[in-house]
Design a protein around this ligand. Structure first.
Ligand code: C2E
Ligand code: MG
Ligand code: MG
Ligand code: MG
Length: 278
């Protein structure tokens, strides 16, 4: 009897696995089609200077509507990375975002662009050349582009990645460490990296004002970043008291739903004519 039950369990498990595989294959096929049919879009989330409240840059965030269903980046970026589709998708995002931000700059708004990179994109053949081309064809100055990577990319399989990022930095492109504080990069290691900016992970910012340890850690990261000569951006600001504390800590920049939500290009157009008050 127990054998029978075990057998059933294996069957259920196998069916579950089969369903997962089918779902993943379907997702991969849909992603491929989405790329061809241009179902992807870019939203831009403003990043403000906390001392002046001015919008100094926008972060490009990819969006996918699979039919009428919105699929969050965290659900399709992994599969896009596994299938290699992240390479053409990332290239599209790069070119499109450079073009749009260059157009905003042409209407005399001195704004920068932050782009998220995935590991596979950086090590793909011709990555550095592709970035150079995107800058040249859009007219966006290299210094207006910040590339965001996460600590893991600089630790695992790091040699080629760091080499390429260093080449980009030599062109004048800025580098940021995203989700800072959640990875395993040692501080000594970070010092050797060609990095200009750290973005403090929302898991720290969320505790500002209501969790003493997280508040202390945030303060420490801000101070550390400044001591290393880095620009420090706080991510995931949702409550006024968080914003207030970050300003008092002297954090350079901020980003979060309280400041502004990610928005379509049209939204950035109108933002250019008004301004944020935070
Ligand atoms: P990220 O680079 O850390 O981007 C910030 C994420 O936090 C975005 O989620 C943004 O919408 C969200 N966010 C911003 N402010 C707040 C806030 O106040 N509260 C909360 N709860 N969330 C906030 P999104 O757009 O879902 O992107 C998730 C992640 O997917 C990004 O994290 C990034 O790692 C990745 N990603 C997004 N777009 C791209 C892309 O074009 N290329 C690559 N390679 N990765 C991307
Ligand atoms: Mg980011
Ligand atoms: Mg982040
Ligand atoms: Mg993230």
């Amino acid at each position: 009897r127990s054998k029978e039950l075990g057998g059933r369990r294996v069957e259920v498990f196998a069916a579950q696995m089969h369903a997962d595989v089918v779902r993943r294959l379907e997702l991969a096929a849909d992603l491929q089609r989405a790329l061809i049919e241009q179902q992807f879009a870019i939203e831009y989330q403003p990043i403000v200077d906390l001392a002046t409240s001015r919008v100094t840059s926008v972060e490009a965030l990819v969006r996918w509507w699979r039919g009428s269903v919105f699929v969050p980046p965290e659900q399709f970026l992994g599969p896009a990375e596994d299938t290699g589709l992240i390479v053409p998708l990332g290239e599209w995002i790069l070119r499109e975002a450079c073009r749009e931000v260059a157009a905003w700059r042409a209407s005399s708004w001195d704004i920068g662009l932050s782009l998220n990179l995935s590991a596979r994109q950086i090590t793909a053949p011709r990555f550095v050349e592709t970035v150079e081309e995107a800058l040249a064809e859009s007219g966006l100055p290299a210094s207006a582009l910040t590339l965001e990577v996460i600590e893991e990319m600089l630790v695992e399989d790091a040699e080629e990645t760091i080499k390429r990022l260093s080449e980009l930095r030599a062109l004048g492109v800025r580098l940021a460490i995203d989700d800072f504080g959640t990875g395993y990069a040692s501080l000594a290691f970070l010092r050797q990296l060609p990095v200009d900016m750290i973005k403090i992970d929302p898991s720290f910012v969320s505790g500002l004002g209501n969790d003493d340890t997280l508040t202390l850690l945030t303060r420490t990261i801000v101070r550390l970043g400044h001591d290393l000569g880095l620009i420090v951006v706080a991510e995931g600001i949702e409550r006024p008291e968080q914003l207030d504390l970050l300003k008092r800590m002297g954090c350079t920049k901020g980003q979060g739903f309280l400041v502004a939500r990610p928005m379509a290009a049209r939204g950035v157009d109108s933002l250019m004519r008004t301004s944020l008050t935070v």
